[in-house]
Ligand binder design. Sequence first.
Ligand code: ADP
Ligand code: MG
Length: 451
Amino acid sequence: MENNELWQSVLAQMQFHISKANFATWFQNTEIIEKNNDHVVISVPNAFSKEWLSNKYNKLILKTIRDLDNNIKDLEFIIKPQATKQVSKPLPENERIETEQLKFEEFKANKETNLNPRYTFDNFVVGSFNELAHAAALAVSENPGMTYNPFFIYGGVGLGKTHLIQAIGNKVADNPKKKKVKYISSEKFVSSIVSAIRSNNMETFKASLAPIDLLIIDDIQFIAGKNKSQEEFFHVFNSLYEKNKQIILSSDRPPNAIPELEDRLRSRFEGGMIADVSLPDYETRLVILKTKMQEKNVELPDDILDYIATNVKKNIRELEGALNRLLIFNKINNSTPNIETAKKLLKGFVSSPFDVANYKKIIEAVSKFYNLEEKSLFDPTRRKEIVKPRQVAMFFMRRELKYSFPAIARKFGGKDHTTAIYAYKKILQESEENNKLTDELNLIKQRIYSG
Ligand code: ADP
Ligand code: MG
């Protein structure tokens, strides 16, 4: 088999194993440039591709290529830079705007479905942090109503929940089967219910939802504590569910951690598939940056990308924000910033060494998570709703701040230090046995560190 043909077949196979976005990032502009006996040399456009392909994908590529030609024993990746884009000099002020190099594509939500077409599976990067959620979402999109119903996805802010659930919606809506899809934020949902009740139009509101095949409600945690809305939603949920219509929900936490959620709704939410998204690691952050640059058709030097991927860790939204910050600079000055300028521009995005946990952040994160006022944590009460959050706060003060037990006890109104020891041990032990608590602790920890 001729080199080019061989490589094209390998690439075709690889696409089955990794997502489109990952594929485009790492395999674009690669080719076999040499093949002698059992050794194949593959050229890649830059050091990142080289590192990624030789560390992460070497085995898979080798296996794939050996299926086609089993004489091959090893692979070598060498960097062969592409003809780089000429960076032009800054233009005179008055010409700058017209000669925009960047196309920031504008997308508008579809009037009927409320879906934003920019959220697709194709531009969704998959890594270990969101693998399960992605796989489940794909399954749902292929067989709405029949696989996982409801599909419930949860995780911290800016980690791709909206993107993923809209990707399902877009895929289903684009299908020739012409299923009726509706995306609604939970604020919008609640306010529609409230105004329907007020104007005595509940039946009309329900009738408008009846023909929907796939209902997506984003950030469902906002329904907590809103009893009338919960009641109406319960009926909407049941009538869709009984007709095998797909229901998709997102939330910042799992159903069992949403306070003031009716039990009957909670058990409905738990009746299908629950998947979480967490934080991407360095490599995945890099893939995400590269994907976004491809979308926007721009380039930045590797040292800057490395700097962003290393330092902007909070979430994917921030990662995009950091990238956009540089692209705007690029657009205005018509030149790529150097690494020093980039560092200055990105100050606001980079977690500084001071961005660490502290007492105040722990109290704030814990009380917010459990929907309590901060001062309640210090109430001298044995009520379960307070005791557990207080123990969690003590646990974090010990684990994240290394406070001594007497110091923790002092913070909580001079309790005996054995109370703090007991709290720490109890939470530690319970979290080892109880996944729900482990999930909660992870979510709270994310909040402590992301402010
Ligand atoms: P959430 O709903 O969890 O707060 P979003 O879905 O709004 O987060 O994601 C924030 C931004 O990050 C969006 O612009 C989205 O396109 C992008 N994003 C999130 N996850 C991914 C991913 N896995 N691949 C590519 N882009 C992502
Ligand atoms: Mg969202």
